[in-house]
Design a protein around this ligand. Structure first.
Ligand code: SAM
Length: 288
């Protein structure tokens, strides 16, 4: 994994990460998977990577999520990035679900940590994890197989998933919004609204915007290109503007927040038209 040499991440966090992360375990995980063939199998050939995603380094890592290194190192690093405890933080999203969903979509699912928890919490539901990085999906697929959980993994854009209108009753996103430009976060919420059945729930887990606004040094440390704009915004306001009702944000340990909304019966939101579909390798994909 290549890292820029002039970043705070490289100067301070990477050496610490090397100390606390078991490098042998990382190598064993890396060597246990044929990443290229697995990512080819999961890749949707119609996906075009937007510049806001492909041209940025995330966490100071060159190439961002479109690298095997990002997928291999994501879980070992993330366990230290979600104090006081990664499982508690993710569980806050699960505990906020108010219904018993039957079809669940986890957007920007990454290595599937929250997706797996959703499947465990709702074992009878059909659960789909969607991400723009085929390498992150490879890691997610591997984790689900190890846990014996049946989850579908899709390569695509959270803001234009290609799934039909009203095809899910729960749509979630964890740690996605601080990594997208504000305009994209708003588009993702409009897509969530389009995808949900009436009465369906949306849940967004991410950094606490109020706290992030007061701790600029924290936003600098993580080398995230869009986190400052995220901190200045308001997920509840974006959710309301996308047409959701009963919007509420719960703070969790000051550093995190879970925003919940429900697709109301008489919605005023502007819906996207259903994107075109294409059949590739027997699967339905959105056209880019
Ligand atoms: C910080 S990770 C979060 C992963 C996971 N949800 C978690 O909780 O650990 C952000 C993920 O969002 C994905 N991502 C970023 N922009 C996206 C987009 N527009 N559509 C789909 N996935 C996206 C990245 O590839 C990455 O896997």
């Amino acid at each position: 994994m290549a890292a820029r040499t002039d970043t705070i991440f490289e100067r301070f966090l990477a050496p610490i990460a090397k100390l606390v992360i078991n490098q042998d375990e990382l190598k064993r995980f890396h060597d246990s998977i044929d990443w290229e063939s697995a990512s080819d199998r999961l890749s949707n050939p119609t996906v075009h990577y937007p510049a806001y995603y492909s041209s940025q380094n995330f966490h100071g890592i060159e190439g961002g999520y479109l690298t095997i290194g990002a997928a291999v190192s994501y879980d070992p690093i993330t366990q230290y990035a979600l104090p006081p405890n990664e499982q508690w933080v993710r569980q806050a999203l699960i505990d906020s679900v108010q219904s018993k969903p039957r079809r669940i979509l986890d957007l920007g699912c990454g290595t599937g940590s929250t997706t797996l928890l959703l499947k465990k919490a709702f074992p009878d539901a059909e659960v789909i994890g969607l991400d723009l990085s085929p390498y992150m999906l490879v890691a997610a697929e591997h984790k689900a197989a190890q846990a014996g959980l049946e989850i579908q993994w899709r390569h695509g854009l959270a803001e234009q998933t290609g799934f039909p209108n009203a095809s899910f009753d729960l749509v979630t996103a964890s740690l996605l919004f601080h990594e997208t430009p504000t305009a994209i976060a708003k588009n993702i919420l409009r897509e969530c609204h389009r995808l949900l059945t009436v009465g369906g729930e949306v849940l967004i887990l991410d950094g606490n915007q109020k706290s992030l606004r007061q701790t600029e040094w924290l936003t600098d440390i993580f080398e995230e290109p869009y986190i400052r704009d995220y901190a200045q915004g308001s997920t509840d306001a974006w959710m309301g503007a996308a047409g959701f009702g009963r919007v509420q944000t719960q703070d969790f340990w000051l550093l995190h927040q879970v925003t919940h909304g429900v697709k109301a019966i008489a919605s005023q939101s502007v819906e996207f038209s259903t994107p075109n579909f294409e059949q590739v390798n027997g699967k339905q994909w959105a056209m880019g």
